[in-house]
Design a protein. Structure first.
Length: 397
């Protein structure tokens, strides 16, 4: 039976456009990931970057060559806006390189009168531990106009400290949460991301509410991609999301708070032209050697298996268009099995091309993983419940 939602969503409260994104075209962007360092103070249990905290940093010459190529190639990098995602590891551990990279990007776009010169962002995800340091604050003030910074806080102290730990096993919650007031004073509309692993399901509701209580109103919360969900996890997930939905509606939090789990665009059949994420079409990732990859999940440091990485070029020779073609031709339909193509609620069921490739028994990206099927269906049922209850609450049914 189809669970497609019939409520006219255009009549309901939806996520407001973040002022950080004003004056440029949300969604019509190229994203370039620069893996500046693998160094990190933490050993987060769900992190997909392997061999962390090794002395491996991107050479500045690699950055310059890559930026110069990106500026020149208006065929691939054709969107009206650009995001330069500077990540690690923990990028504030190498603040001097971060400053160099940010300055070079800004300067070269201006020198070349590039369309992105007035329409780009420097995006950073950080564990926040060095956020208030003198060097980090100097950097933030210097590039604030073009900065988007997200500090990862994983929910309540119990949930955060169960996943985001130091090398000695100590939790990092207290060291992270004390940075939040300064961060929000500088980026009042910033968001954070919560990753939900198997043991975290009972903490979903309390973690979202806790994040909101800290003043962070935009919570990007997702289920971990890894294949470890067990029988009954879908029931627990649905219970948590329904309880959270009831709380949000009864306390009128839907007016100015956002949680990614409730999305009016999910739970419909796949369309023939649905593309999924922008892997190999609107984004690339660059490693410390200057190799170009379709996204960060294809980087050698992200691969679990011993399969060869899917490099699509490098900063010396540019993008190999022949290696790019398979990604540009992909749609959700042509790499999904029949059970997904025929599913009435397939939209919003997350699928990662990099993980598909990593876990497939051949060197293909077309073997879509389906272990999240029950979790997705539970998610859709809870999402449908939320929008129906909100419709009734607003008298719009």
């Amino acid at each position: 039976m189809s669970m497609v939602m019939k409520t006219p969503y255009y009549q309901l409260p939806v996520r407001k456009q973040n002022p950080q994104w004003e004056a440029w075209e949300l969604g019509r962007v190229n994203t370039i990931f620069f893996m500046l360092t693998r160094a990190c103070q933490l050993r987060c249990k769900y992190c997909y970057i392997h061999e962390k905290n090794i002395p491996q940093h991107m050479d500045f010459d690699i950055v310059k060559r890559s930026v110069d190529y990106i500026i020149k190639d208006r065929d691939f990098f054709s969107m009206p806006s650009g995001i330069f995602y500077l990540f690690g590891g923990e990028v504030f551990l190498n603040i001097d390189l971060l400053d160099q990279v940010s300055g070079y990007i800004t300067r070269r776009l201006e020198e070349e009168h590039h369309p992105w010169a007035k329409s780009f962002k420097l995006k950073i995800s950080t564990n926040g531990l060095l956020y208030s340091s003198e060097k980090a604050q100097h950097y933030i003030k210097k590039y604030h106009q073009n900065l988007m910074i997200s500090i990862t806080i994983d929910g309540t102290k119990v949930k955060h400290d169960s996943q985001r730990i130091y090398a000695d096993g100590k939790g990092s919650y207290e060291d992270t949460v004390k940075q939040i007031p300064l961060w929000l004073s500088q980026f009042p509309h910033a968001n954070t991301k919560i990753t939900v692993g198997r043991g975290d399901i009972p903490h979903i509701m309390e973690s979202v509410l806790h994040i909101w209580s800290l003043g962070i109103r935009d919570v990007n919360i997702i289920l971990a991609y890894e294949n470890y969900w067990e029988e009954g996890d879908d029931v627990l997930l649905e219970e948590q999301l329904i309880k959270l939905a009831d709380y949000i509606i009864s306390h009128d939090l839907y007016k100015d708070h956002f949680c990614l789990f409730y999305n009016p665009m999910m739970g419909t059949p796949l369309t023939p032209d649905a593309k999924g994420c922008g892997t190999g079409r609107r984004m690339i990732a660059i490693d410390h050697k200057g190799g170009f990859y379709p996204c960060l999940r294809f980087l050698p440091s992200s691969m679990e298996s011993k399969k060869p990485p899917r490099e699509i070029g490098n900063c010396y020779d540019g993008i190999d268009k022949n290696k790019l073609r398979p990604f540009q031709a992909l749609t959700l339909i042509n790499y999904s099995p029949s059970q997904c193509c025929e599913c009435d609620i397939a939209t919003g069921c997350l699928s990662c091309l990099g993980q598909n490739y990593d876990e497939a028994d051949t060197e293909t990206m077309l073997q879509r993983l389906v272990f999240r099927c029950k979790m997705h269906k539970a998610h859709v049922r809870a999402n449908e419940y939320y929008w129906k209850q909100l419709s009734r609450h607003l008298g719009k049914e």
